[in-house]
Design a protein around this ligand. Structure first.
Ligand code: ACO
Length: 428
């Protein structure tokens, strides 16, 4: 707590509001007692100036393009770490020792299978169901299968639920894919890495052995790292809000998946690739840039702009590098990558994008990579959900462990009719 205070004058009365200081980043004016002292609420519908919670997990400096998990820069983690290690870090606060990492990886691998009855859920969906629709349904349904890990007041049960979610998400996502293409589900193979196992369950078939391509496994693992957590974004805030009522973890994560699906959030990677396909060749780019700038045209450059980053999204830098690695490993050369590079170049020179500080975000290049690996666009957001699950459970655990935690309950600026008497239907 800082020893600073902010003074607010309202209705001819001045009150002092405490100012809290984090370890880094902007100070926070504590308005918890504002209503009691003044009778007024604050108004901030998109949370543009509101810290909704205290957290020690992830720090973003949007102006500088910095993203830290438990203090470690995302670039270093993407380069040197693994998704399992980053998961441990997010959940536990420190990097694991070799034994701790082995133990954690083993524990996760022991939870990769789904209850056999869950497989029958898939058959209730149409074959053309969006994988995110399936993910919402199946993850929500986990709460009906794992009753021994839904008592949120028990830290051990919370840990088991977290491990189950992280471990089962690749199986659930891969099964959603298999169902859509009409191929049999593959059981997990725990001799493979977390990411290798996911690739095999997605692209392997029972008729022949599946060989994991190390460069693709590494790229996929890195994509998971880049999506692991991102502070109080819309889906994470949804998980926290759902969890604040005491809802069980599986239901909370299903709520996060629903929120992530939207095109302004996780759905942007799908929308970005669709946009690149629509643009097609670099000669069409100026036309689409003009459309993005036209206020009367709903078209936006998907994969561009971010609520927090007003600089290059550090995850986009790693993504761009990873595209080349995947192309080299798979010996592919998708011309859409050239279109993406040119689009970025032209947009970053354009006054509209410069003035509004619109830069490529993590989704701009991810679609090109995922498509080269073989994923259909409809799977992109499901992959995001798979990776973000670790962030969601870490944030959810942090919230539930906080002794000061209360139910999230925003107030409103009411603009509807004031009280009036009911009129019977024959008198209206
Ligand atoms: N293309 C064209 N103009 C844009 C874009 C874009 N991609 N993004 C923002 N702008 C413009 C807006 O029209 C607005 O202009 P105005 O001030 O003249 O009205 C201004 O820039 C600010 O944009 P807002 O939408 O008010 O900013 P906000 O912080 O609310 O939105 C968002 C951020 C939703 C990400 C937005 O930039 C966007 O829609 N981008 C495209 C979708 C996308 O890539 N989403 C992925 C986000 S990253 C993630 O979820 C992993």
């Amino acid at each position: 707590m800082a020893d600073k205070a902010a003074t607010l004058t309202y209705d001819n009365k001045s009150i002092d509001l405490p100012v809290l200081a984090g370890s880094v980043g902007p100070d926070v004016i504590d308005i918890r007692k504002l209503y009691g002292q003044t009778g007024a609420f604050t108004y901030d519908p998109g949370y543009k100036s509101t810290a909704s919670c205290e957290s020690a997990l992830t720090y973003i400096d949007g102006d500088e393009g910095v993203l830290l998990h438990r203090g470690y820069p995302i670039g270093q983690l993407a380069e040197h770490s693994s998704f399992m290690e980053v998961s441990y870090l997010l959940l536990n606060g420190e990097l694991p020792s070799k034994d701790e990492l082995d133990d954690f990886t083993y524990t996760i691998s022991r939870h990769t299978m789904l209850h056999e009855q869950l497989a029958t859920f898939y058959r209730g969906f149409r074959r053309d169901a969006h994988p995110m629709a399936i993910m919402c349904g199946v993850v929500g349904a986990l709460s009906a299968f794992y009753h021994d890990s839904t008592d949120i007041s028990d830290p051990e049960q919370r840990k088991i639920a977290s491990h189950r979610l992280i471990a089962k998400m690749p199986t659930i996502a891969a099964m959603a894919f298999k169902y859509s293409v009409g191929q049999p589900f593959l059981y997990p193979d725990n001799s493979l890495s977390y990411t290798g196992n996911f690739l095999r369950m997605t692209f392997g078939v029972p008729a022949e052995p599946y060989e994991v391509v190390p460069a693709v496994e590494r790229a996929m693992d890195r994509i998971f790292i880049l999506h692991a957590d991102h502070e109080q974004n819309a889906s994470t805030s949804t998980v926290r809000l759902a969890g604040s009522s005491g809802a069980n973890p599986f239901a909370c994560i299903a709520a996060g998946i629903a929120c992530l699906w939207g095109p302004a959030h996780g759905g942007a990677n799908e929308a970005a690739l669709n946009m690149l396909r629509e643009i097609g060749t670099p000669d069409k780019i100026p036309h689409y840039i003009e459309r993005a700038k036209d206020k009367n045209d709903p078209f936006r450059l998907m994969g561009f702009g971010h609520r927090v980053y007003k600089n290059y999204d550090p995850r986009a830098t790693v993504m761009q590098k990873t595209v080349r690695e995947v192309f080299d490993a798979l010996k592919v050369n998708d011309p859409l990558f050239e279109t993406a590079l040119r689009l970025e170049e032209l947009a970053l020179k354009d006054d509209y994008f410069i003035e509004k500080k619109l830069f490529p975000n993590v989704d701009f290049y991810s679609g090109v990579i995922l498509s080269a690996i073989g994923f259909p666009t409809t799977m992109f957001t499901a992959l995001f959900a798979l990776a973000r699950t670790v962030g969601w459970v870490a944030q959810w655990n942090e919230m539930i462990s906080d002794p000061g935690q209360v139910i999230g309950r925003p107030r409103q600026l009411y603009t509807g009719p004031t009280e009036r008497d009911y009129v019977p239907v024959d008198k209206r």
